[in-house]
Design a binder for this molecule. Structure first.
Ligand SMILES: *[C@@H]1O[C@H](CO)[C@@H](O)[C@H](O)[C@H]1NC(C)=O
Ligand SMILES: *[C@@H]1O[C@H](CO)[C@@H](O)[C@H](O)[C@H]1NC(C)=O
Length: 406
């Protein structure tokens, strides 16, 4: 009897663990998108909600907390990351009431109809030379975290910050990933905060910049997720067939060197421009379509990196729209999957048989049937995986019931 009870409780806990793992896998199978609005010609957010639903996107990241967007997406089930801008960090760091005010205005009124799940505090703060802002980052994150807790939202909304991959001094081989030495004093306690609060470390990573910087030495297939021999990490013998995964694992190694194996890495931005200036090698429609299409296929497969094969990559593509008012080189205004009128910038084949079958074609408008992002084959892949998981779960639960009854 005792043995049977022990055996069944063991089986039950195994089943629960499996259920949690399966549910988190199926939750990861869609990709997120950055919804930037540095433009004067974007459609009304109410029309964007339909566009995203038709693309199978269920996660959106904003650079602010635009009330028009948060209202338009009420009751859509879409998950939101919203942002506290860099200009607010110093005030929030020195005055917790400012953080409480921000949360009371930008988060509380929209929950639960709009699913806000994360607040990023600051964007690429360590790419600046502003040491006051750098020192304000963690106190501001803590102030926002405390404000969320004070309003009873602490368990549903996490707090993070998005960092450029340039916070790394070394990123290859991935196993020798290390943060820039002069940032250690800031990053170490930020990692402690992530571990304590269970929030992820967010990285903006653009293999495009590496290719543009040295097109003669960086392999294009390697940065575009196309077939290539890959590169081996001599310390781990792990083989990398693309640069993004190598960068993610380099961040894991850098965190481990600071004593943290308990913080998840997510990609808060990545993408590829479809157009650039003459000196921006690689910024073409073909490369952008390949990068984003191949990436979406891997996301749909629930793939992990070589170091963390069982942790599906979690990615926010940059960006939803071309943004005409962004300063800088031409590429900056051409990262979008869509023109402001809702027509796709290029066709994406995000799975399946190649050629023109996938995704969407040129022209078109904000027509939800026209702009389906996934090709039918990758859609059915996702559905099949999901169904298989459900069937497995049901079988397991039945087995437990039988065991308990015997
Ligand atoms: C930071 O300072 C360095 C050296 O003084 C300079 O080269 C770089 O352009 C500065 N970066 C920013 C973002 O101001
Ligand atoms: C990597 O592979 C080489 C050659 O097969 C072997 O000698 C070495 O021990 C391996 N290293 C690790 C960390 O597995």
């Amino acid at each position: 009897m005792g043995l049977r009870v022990r055996a069944s409780s063991l089986l039950l806990s195994l089943a629960l663990e499996l259920a949690v793992a399966l549910v988190s896998v199926s939750a990861q199978q869609k990709f997120g998108i950055n919804y930037g609005q540095i433009a004067n010609d974007l459609p009304d957010p109410t029309r964007v909600a339909g566009l995203l639903q038709s693309m199978n996107v269920n996660k959106v990241k904003l650079y602010d907390a635009d009330p028009r967007v948060l209202t338009a997406f009420a009751n859509t089930g879409v998950e939101f990351i919203i942002a506290v801008g860099n200009e607010n960090l110093q005030t929030m760091a020195s005055n917790p009431a400012a953080a409480r005010q921000w949360v009371a205005t930008h988060v509380q009124p929209y929950i639960p109809a709009t699913r806000i799940t994360c607040v990023t505090v600051g964007n690429e703060v360590f790419s600046s030379n502003d040491t006051v802002m750098m020192s304000s980052l963690l106190p501001a994150m803590k102030a926002v975290y405390a404000a969320l807790g004070g309003l009873g939202l602490g368990s549903q909304v996490t707090v993070s910050s998005a960092h450029s991959v340039n916070v790394l001094a070394t990123s290859f081989p991935p196993s020798s990933g290390a943060f820039r030495e002069e940032l250690a004093e800031y990053i170490q306690p930020i990692l402690d905060f992530h571990a304590q609060t269970g929030s992820p470390f967010l990285i903006n990573a653009y293999p495009f910049f590496a290719y543009k910087g040295s097109p003669g030495t960086v392999s294009l297939p390697y940065v575009l997720f196309e077939p290539n021999p890959g590169v081996r990490d001599p310390n781990t013998n792990l083989s990398y067939d693309n640069m993004l995964y190598a960068q993610i694992d380099a961040v894991y190694a850098a965190m481990k060197a600071m004593g943290h194996t308990d913080v998840a890495v997510r990609i808060s931005e990545t993408g590829w421009p479809s157009k650039g200036d003459e000196d921006e090698t690689g910024a073409t429609v073909q490369n952008a379509a390949a990068y984003n299409g191949n990436l979406m296929q891997r996301i749909a497969m629930g793939q992990g990196t070589p170091l963390k094969p069982n942790v599906p990559i979690d990615v926010y593509v940059f960006a939803l729209f071309n943004e005409d008012m962004k300063p800088g080189p031409t590429s900056e205004r051409n990262y979008g999957l869509f023109y402001p009128n809702g027509s796709p910038v290029y066709a994406i084949n995000s799975g399946g048989s190649g050629g023109s079958g996938g995704g969407f074609g040129p022209g078109g408008s904000l027509n939800p049937y026209y702009t389906s992002m996934f090709s039918s084959s990758s859609k059915s892949l996702v559905r099949t995986t999901f169904l298989t998981e459900r069937v497995m779960l049901l079988l397991l639960l039945q087995a437990i019931v039988i065991l308990l009854q015997s």
